[in-house]
Design a protein around this ligand. Structure first.
Ligand code: NAD
Length: 285
């Protein structure tokens, strides 16, 4: 059986360190504050926001939810984001999806300043990441890398395959693997013969949002598999993109739930503390 890459214990370590960092900032009268703008009645989005708030509370970070309701219009959302951008007490900003159907998210994301863009939603953050400039990375992509780092999986020179090319997960995960000197291949919904590509992977990161997409036939013996997928089944259970049988062939596998998810939440808060720290340094230049 493969090693379980336990995200909960990695998240616990990150959160313990965050409390200490938050204490040090508090000594300088800085309270790291994450603002989450919400405009949906979607239950899973609300559940996710509550989970962030709970973890923030246990990490001595303030999480403030600006809930504009599911009927909010683009102007109301833009005003909320601009106010948060100008608010010196706000360290990080997240615009929670989904948004009302008449709102174009691409008009709103550039309103999050890169310095407060703790989930790297502004395309400018992704551009900076691609160019090797300082920027926050999307927390989920970063969580996949943090799991690999925690378990000391070597990345330099290995073959890494990412399934999924979204702006928020697949593409930044590929960029982060590249900057760790892996040889990276990206697969997507138009990739032909997926298994022939994924079987080359020493590290396989799967972020397709397609329950059970990856079976044993897609995985090389001993490969490390990071399952980013979260799919809610009819019975309400959360499952990943990777079939359970992959545990018989992979060298290590991240579970769903309990793998990438908890690390993502912890890293959102870690980036919020970092943003508060940077702003503090900037203010005291
Ligand atoms: P998305 O729908 O934006 O992108 C999915 C990607 O997978 C696309 O690039 C698509 O081309 C690719 N894809 C879909 N079907 C495929 C197939 N059959 N073969 C190869 N490629 C295929 O989704 P996303 O926002 O990138 O999220 C991906 C998954 O990660 C979802 O399940 C989402 O719920 C999950 N997620 C988890 C966390 C977390 O914290 N654990 C956070 C964000 C997203």
């Amino acid at each position: 059986m493969s090693t379980i890459l336990d995200g909960k214990s990695v998240a616990d370590i990150i959160i313990a360190e965050l409390k200490q960092k938050a204490d040090r900032l508090a000594a300088n009268k800085i309270i790291p504050t994450l603002a989450i703008v919400v405009a949906t009645a979607d239950e899973s989005a609300k559940w996710y926001v509550r989970a962030i708030c709970r973890t923030a509370e246990s990490s001595k970070i303030t999480a403030k939810v600006i809930d504009l309701g599911p009927d909010a219009n683009a102007q109301e959302l833009a005003t909320a984001l601009s106010n948060l951008a100008d608010d010196e007490h706000v360290s990080g900003i997240i615009l929670q999806t989904p948004l009302p159907s008449n709102v174009n998210i691409d008009d709103l994301l550039p309103l999050i300043p890169v310095s407060k863009d703790v989930d790297a939603a502004n395309p400018a953050s992704l551009g900076r990441l691609a160019a090797g400039l300082s920027a926050f990375a999307p927390a989920t992509a970063l969580a996949a890398l943090r799991l690999l780092k925690h378990y000391q999986i070597p990345l330099a020179g290995i073959n890494a395959v990412v399934v999924g090319r979204s702006r928020i997960v697949g593409l930044p995960a590929a960029l982060l693997l590249l900057s760790a000197n892996a040889t990276v291949t990206i697969c997507h919904s138009k990739t032909q013969d997926l298994a022939s590509v994924t079987r080359n992977a020493d590290v396989l990161v799967v972020a397709a949002g397609n329950a059970g997409l990856i079976g044993p036939e897609h995985v090389k013996s001993g490969a490390v598999v990071i399952d980013v997928g979260t799919n809610v089944e009819g019975n309400g259970n959360l499952v990943g993109d990777v079939q359970a049988e992959v545990a018989n062939i992979a060298g290590a596998l991240s579970p769903v739930p309990g793998g990438v998810g908890p690390v993502t939440t912890a890293l959102l808060l870690e980036q919020t503390v970092l943003a508060a720290h940077h702003n503090f340094l900037k203010d005291n230049d």
